[in-house]
Design a protein around this ligand. Structure first.
Ligand SMILES: [Zn+2]
Length: 177
């Protein structure tokens, strides 16, 4: 699959570039997301180190141009955005929008930051209050996206999963799919 073909898959946005592809965003949605969501229904991930690491990805931590992790964006949209009740109003910063949410299962509070960039890219990240320590390494199945491929290697604490089982194990503690 070429970068150009991938671009069309990502929420119909003109995604700048994506690398480290084990699967496309569509494959992730169809093959992996149902397992993730079914597991979430049985118990939330608010204290799961791998989940906290993924959803907190923030390119500013690496001193690079805007980039995001596709897997993180999908999980934030599907789990936080669709399953967590909002708390209070959406607030607007200079460029970003910030919304607080509360987990319907464990009552953990978190804050999501959303931002659009003029280069036709979008990112979000979520920080939980009083959360346990995040995993030292974030593991993804789809990969990073952003306009500047050469910056991707600077994201030293995220890597491609060996396979779906490793991704699920890191994310939700499953030992098998
Ligand atoms: Zn929770």
């Amino acid at each position: 699959m070429t970068v150009a073909a991938l671009a069309g898959l990502w929420y119909n946005r003109v995604s700048p570039q994506t690398i480290a592809i084990y699967m496309t965003p569509d494959e992730f949605r169809h093959r992996v997301l149902p397992t993730v969501l079914a597991s979430w229904e049985r118990g939330c991930f608010c204290r799961t180190p791998g989940f906290l690491k993924l959803v907190s990805f923030k390119f500013e931590d690496y001193g690079v141009a805007p980039m995001a992790v596709v897997d993180s964006e999908i999980l934030i949209a599907e789990i936080i955005g669709k399953r967590f009740p909002r708390e209070g109003q959406l607030t607007y910063g200079v460029a970003e929008r910030v919304q607080a949410y509360r987990c319907p299962q464990c009552n953990a509070r978190c804050q999501a930051t959303y931002e659009d960039y003029s280069i036709s890219m979008y990112r979000s990240f979520v920080l939980f209050e009083n959360a346990p320590e995040k995993a030292s390494t974030g593991i993804y199945l789809v990969g990073l996206y952003g306009p500047n491929l050469v910056a991707f290697p600077k994201v030293h604490d995220f890597r491609l999963a060996v396979d779906e089982a490793e991704f699920l194990s890191a994310l939700i503690g499953l030992s098998h799919t």
